[in-house]
Ligand binder design. Structure first.
Ligand code: NAP
Ligand code: ZN
Length: 350
């Protein structure tokens, strides 16, 4: 027995999304059923659907920025109740026994955690994501949306489930706060949230965007400085002037040029996941003992911490709410860098 819900689904890498009916499983004792209200479009959805990261599993319903209301809970669920407003990010299951799982870094599960869509779950079923009316998720992978966020803000809270945690983790891990000079490369979905979080952490924040087109917005998000990297003189002007550079670009960038902007001991932290390799010269690291780092989203405890931090500091994404029929067009808009700054699907239009 399953429940049938409306969803968007792509039959292949090149096919447009179609409206379909999707089956959601009956609840296991530790499951939560969520009526989805909003679903963000992350660039990772596009890399996946277009098979830029290799073969994808079709038919595919993407979506790993999910916000909605709990409508049913399994017998053993104690942490969530019917009526709670909750979120789901990139993972819906993991082994819960290996060292990363025990450390609350379920995304690095040694058995291989189960991603929210396009992954084979431990029951052998392929997962399907948030561009749908409902989702059924193991309780541990469900995040509480703090009460201080209002219903009007929920669409803008939704991107925090991926863009928020992916950028909060490195900013926190590198001790971003007062006195730290932080640059965010790429003012897209992840980048604009990174700017807002780094500002909330008290850092001195610079935006490194390709052009001046987003300058007013970048400064309105709280960044103190904004530079257009199409002007190559920026790389001389800013040489050695940052402690942390967070690269959020989903395409290849010349890492060595950006490495040159780090001060002694600085770190270039990459979260972008382009299909091409990112390469770096050994000397970019040796000079000024710089380092290069990366991360895949964040674990569940840190995701809850991030949402609570954002609620406390009034950080939400800046979003364009779209209808289900606009998703194909918005995939192109995301790739051309034209979305201001995250597209979120109103699932009532599915
Ligand atoms: P996005 O909304 O498309 O933003 C990326 C930004 O990068 C664009 O707005 C643009 O900013 C800049 N950009 C785009 N194409 C560029 C190019 N050819 N050269 C230089 N800059 C370019 O994407 P997103 O959703 O933020 O995701 C960004 C990347 O992070 C993707 O690769 C995604 O898969 C990855 N990701 C990784 C994780 C993780 O766990 N590590 C999680 C989520 C997403 P400007 O216009 O300001 O230059
Ligand atoms: Zn994502």
């Amino acid at each position: 027995m399953t429940t049938t819900v409306p969803a968007l689904s792509a039959a292949s890498a090149t096919a447009d999304f179609e409206r379909i009916q999707l089956e959601r499983r009956d609840l296991r004792p530790d499951d939560v059923r969520i009526d989805i209200r909003w679903a963000g479009i992350c660039h990772s959805d596009i890399h996946t659907k277009r098979e830029e990261w290799g073969e994808a599993s079709f038919p595919l319903t993407p979506g790993h920025e999910i916000l909605g209301t709990v409508v049913e809970v399994g017998d053993e669920v104690t942490t969530h109740a019917v009526g709670d407003v909750v979120g789901v990010g990139c993972f819906v299951d993991s082994c819960m026994e290996c060292a990363p799982c025990k450390d609350g870094e379920e995304q690095y599960c040694e058995k291989g955690g189960v991603q929210t869509y396009g992954a084979v779950g431990y029951d052998g079923e392929v997962t399907q994501g948030g561009y749908s009316g409902q989702v059924v998720v193991r309780d541990h992978f469900v995040v509480k949306i703090p009460d201080s966020f209002t219903e009007d803000e929920y669409a803008a809270v939704t991107p925090l489930l991926c863009a928020g945690i992916t950028t909060y983790h490195p900013l926190k891990a590198h001790g971003v706060g007062p006195g730290k000079r932080v640059a965010v490369v790429g003012l897209g979905g992840l980048g604009h949230v990174a700017v807002k979080i780094a500002v909330a952490m008290g850092a001195e924040v610079s935006v490194l965007s390709r052009t001046d087109a987003k300058k007013e917005d970048g400064l309105s998000f709280g960044a103190q400085h904004y530079y257009a990297t199409e002007d190559e003189s920026v790389f001389e002007e800013l040489a050695g002037s940052f402690d942390v550079i967070l690269n959020t670009v989903g395409a290849g960038i010349p890492l060595d040029a950006f490495m040159g902007l780090l001060d002694r001991g600085g770190v270039l932290h990459n979260v972008g996941a382009p299909e091409e390799d990112l390469t770096v010269s050994a000397f970019s690291l040796l000079v000024k003992r710089r380092s290069l780092a990366g991360n895949m989203i964040g674990g569940l405890p840190e995701t809850q911490e991030m949402i609570d931090f954002c609620a406390e500091h009034d950080v939400t994404a800046t979003v364009e709410v779209i209808d289900a029929g606009q998703v194909d067009d918005y995939y192109d808009k995301v790739v051309s860098g034209d979305v201001r700054y995250r597209a979120v699907i109103d699932t009532a239009t599915l």
